[in-house]
Design a protein around this ligand. Sequence first.
Ligand SMILES: NC(=O)c1ccc[n+]([C@@H]2O[C@H](COP(=O)([O-])OP(=O)(O)OC[C@H]3O[C@@H](n4cnc5c(N)ncnc54)[C@H](O)[C@@H]3O)[C@@H](O)[C@H]2O)c1
Length: 428
Amino acid sequence: MNNLKTVTVVGLGKIGLPLAAVFANNGFEVIGVDINEEVVRHVNQGKSHLLNEPGIDQLVKDAYKKNSLKATTNTAQAVRKSDVVVVIVPVLIDENDQVDYQYIDRAVLEIARGIQKGTLVIFETTVPTGDTRNRFGKKIEEISGLKMGVDFYLAYSPERVYSNRILQDLKNYPKIVGGINKESLELAATFYKKALNGSVINVKNLETAEFAKVAESVYRDVNIALANELAMFADQHNVNILDVIQAGNSQPFCHLHHPGVGVGGHCIPVYPYFFINRGLKEGLITKAREINDQMAKYAVDVIEEEVGSLENQNILILGLAFRENVKETTKSSTLLLIENFKQKKANVFVHDPLFTDKEIASFGVIPISVDHQIVKTIDVVVLQAYHDRYKHLTFDPFTNCKLVFDGRNVLPREQIESLGIRYKGVGL
Ligand SMILES: NC(=O)c1ccc[n+]([C@@H]2O[C@H](COP(=O)([O-])OP(=O)(O)OC[C@H]3O[C@@H](n4cnc5c(N)ncnc54)[C@H](O)[C@@H]3O)[C@@H](O)[C@H]2O)c1
């Protein structure tokens, strides 16, 4: 066990780079692999390519100084030199909500080409239950001729961190680990204790560890849907849902979530399909997806009710990103808002401080600066992603604005109303 010295991390993205940097600062020789040459170049210069990830710049710099973190595009070669391989490349869903394995399958193929006897392979990417054994493990066996659990060790350990506070979460959250057999589990658990310097929860097998991560995400989607349903009902009854949540959650069994204009990103709205596509078709999980995805339509209908026909009205959506302070548009509720506003023939403007005008325009909307006189022409403002930039946004220059729809229930209502602008939230 003490022979585990060299680790390959496959995928140096938002999660993979922090992992690689932490391992490299905790006594391991790390080879980071990515198909993106720009990412590899950055890392080999001791630089992080990530935005808004506190502590990562310093950690990558420290690893660079120690000469313990290098990067390459050659997966097989890196794997050949490694005792441990950690896989953290995306598994997504396509436009038909089917699982899209293209990135991970490519990585697995390369791992199989480089793997040596005695290597420990750990998958961290969120995957449908059973894939580590039945899809990835089998593929490695088929190509390498090595047997899982016998010639190489196989484990699964879900990544449960949150962008913008990854290093903190890596320290604080226990690492769930499952193995194909006792030896794989013990090896992986020992590796994480040293590499992350934190606690580990051993579970019975690979499938329990895979299932735990997806269950955790679906729990959030379903509970947000419940909050959204209650918020829409609260709207009809002139009750403020935030007061209800605060009061209700004073009972220790009650954990009401917060409602909003939709659930985006490549996790919470994606992982329910890892159940739905495997036979859990009808029931709460499917219903929750429907409720959360129709919140954008609900918002547009509420706005229309408040200000009348939206035809030719200038609508400004704040935040293209799916959530605050990340540059990521996967399943962003803004995309659903745009679709719904366009059906009403409104003119859609979008502002997001993390995206260039060209990137915003590629979504078929008009990019706009919130610091420019042009905001005078805006009729309705919708807050979708509460970036830090919006904490100091003042609505004084929006002299023609009739309504602010606060999709996250966070804006200063009194200040907005004092300007003669109507304010609506979700369930307020
Ligand atoms: N981002 C999050 O908030 C989050 C949270 C928890 C878990 N996760 C898990 O982490 C996974 C990765 O997420 P991320 O945010 O780091 O993604 P990301 O898109 O930021 O990074 C993925 C990286 O993998 C690289 N890549 C793709 N295919 C590759 C291959 N075949 N070989 C080598 N590199 C390859 C890409 O170039 C990219 O740099 C997710 O799919 C999810 O399972 C993410």
